[in-house]
Design a binder for this molecule. Structure first.
Ligand code: GLU
Length: 461
């Protein structure tokens, strides 16, 4: 890194996802590290859609990649799609053939196993492919994370670099693009480390110095198995659907495999750019723990102002609740403490949810109003009447949970907290479980609280 800066070469990184599946966390994190590294070095960050595999690449996946990056705020300076660059690859194929580093192979090819195998499928036999003439040597490169990596390429045989002059495949397109786009640092998943020796051989054949590599550890599931598009990895957009905050997802993923020098856990994107250190990325796989992601999301939700909260929560609010209603305005205060992600809101406010009573008072039996430890209907009614009297003295404008609590507290202490507060809470909510009576009263408002208390008093008459 320093050498580049000293030599004045501008740092250029890239994120090169294949649109063969939805973008998952591990893949996104690769892009995040590449982007942060470019920003740290006042460099450039490129997004390149690697869609040369025509069978597996889908537009839908490309759209998902773009949507995910936008949601998670990953901005790129340039965008390319490999399927639009056939002409560029062609030039390189010709150059490799002309210099004797590649050849068109029509016969039974030397397989990747390095022998003339009878096991070749018909397809391979029929194919007229372009193979790279492997010099079969030891390749050594210095990986920023893994240190010196040595590889004997003999075993790789003369590997295929194109299906035809018009159809270059993976190893070739990657390096051609990295060369043409001036990539200085390749930050990519460790699953690509075994591709690096082949790619370095092609660089050498072209007489071009390879970029600097950093192979980052993969994300593992809790059982330490590898998370991949095909197994266990949740698409990033699924977190969007569930109402996670992008800042929380970014923050969590940045700390998977990278540790700051202290135990700090909360970083904004700008703070990540200031603090992230590629050299401190660990070698071992990093475990993706959704519970920890939930913890991050809660931290970020708690930091939202009520206004921000309401705006973000509005797509998740039930239809009966108009966003301009008084109830909506009171909700952030309570919901912020209760939810992990915005999708939790519909359960909480649903008929059987803890806050279901807000929409309408459930039908409940009068016995529920009696405190189990002292079930006395006559006394409960007196306590409800007294609570009603106190609540009626509170002004509409100052009707908050705190004010109601202060107003009722000394009576509750004198008459017995359970005896007063249990019937009060049930009168307001009609539920076995709900927030305390002060918060419940605050949520439904003064007028509705008075109405519900009168209803409960009638029930006990
Ligand atoms: N297209 C490859 C992938 O999606 C990445 C190739 C690279 O980073 O060199 O895994």
């Amino acid at each position: 890194m320093e050498n580049d800066i000293v030599s004045g070469k501008k740092v250029v990184t890239r994120f090169a996802p294949s649109p063969t599946g939805y973008l998952h966390s591990g893949s996104y994190r690769t892009g995040l590290f590449s982007c942060i590294f470019a920003l740290q070095n006042a460099g450039k960050f490129i997004l390149r859609i690697e869609d040369t595999d025509k069978e597996r690449s889908k537009k839908e996946y490309e759209e998902n990649i773009l949507e995910s990056l936008e949601w998670l705020g990953l901005k790129y300076d340039a965008f390319y799609r490999q399927s639009e660059r056939t002409e560029v690859y062609k030039k390189y194929i010709h150059r490799l053939i002309e210099t004797g580093h590649a050849y068109i192979s029509k016969e039974t090819p030397v397989t990747d196993e390095g022998s003339h195998s009878k096991k070749n499928t018909d397809a391979t036999l029929r194919a007229e492919v372009i193979r790279f003439r492997n010099p079969k040597k030891k390749v050594v490169f210095n990986d920023l994370i893994r240190g010196n990596v040595e590889f004997d390429t003999t075993e790789l045989g003369d590997f295929v670099i194109a299906k035809s002059v018009d159809e270059a495949i993976f190893h070739l397109v990657v390096i051609v693009d990295d060369i043409e786009m001036g990539i200085t640092h390749i930050i990519r998943g460790e699953d690509h480390i075994s591709n690096t020796p082949r790619q370095i051989l092609i660089y050498e054949a072209l007489g071009i110095t390879p970029p600097i590599y950093a192979h980052i550890p993969l994300l593992l599931g809790k059982d330490r198995s590898k998370l991949s598009k095909r197994k266990g990895a949740v698409p990033v957009t699924e977190y969007r659907r569930r109402g996670f905050l992008p800042q929380a997802v970014v923050n969590y993923l940045a700390l998977l495999g990278w540790h700051p020098t202290d135990d700090r856990e909360i970083f904004s994107f700008d703070e990540l750019v200031k603090n992230f250190d590629l050299a401190r990325v660990q070698k071992g796989g990093a475990i993706f723990d959704e519970e920890k992601l939930c913890w991050y999301n809660r931290q970020y939700i708690l930091k939202l102002t009520d206004k921000e909260f309401l705006e973000l929560a509005s797509p998740f609010m039930p239809e009966w609740l108009s966003s301009s209603s008084d109830i909506s305005k009171r909700l952030p205060h309570v919901l912020k403490e209760k939810i992990t992600c915005f999708a939790d809101i519909s359960n909480l406010l649903g008929v059987s949810g803890e806050l279901g009573f807000i929409k309408s008072l459930p039908d409940f039996k009068s016995e529920m109003l009696l405190w189990k430890k002292d079930p006395n209907a006559k006394e409960s009614k007196i306590h409800l009447e007294k609570s009603l009297e106190i609540i009626e003295t509170i002004d509409e404008k100052t009707f908050t949970a705190d004010v109601t609590k202060v107003a009722l507290w000394s009576y509750a202490e004198t008459a017995g907290k359970g005896n007063v507060l249990w019937p009060l809470r049930v009168a307001l909510t009609g539920q076995e479980r709900s927030p305390d009576p002060f918060v419940s009263a605050f949520l439904i408002g003064r007028e509705e609280s008075i109405k519900r208390l009168k209803n409960a008093i009638t029930k006990l008459s």
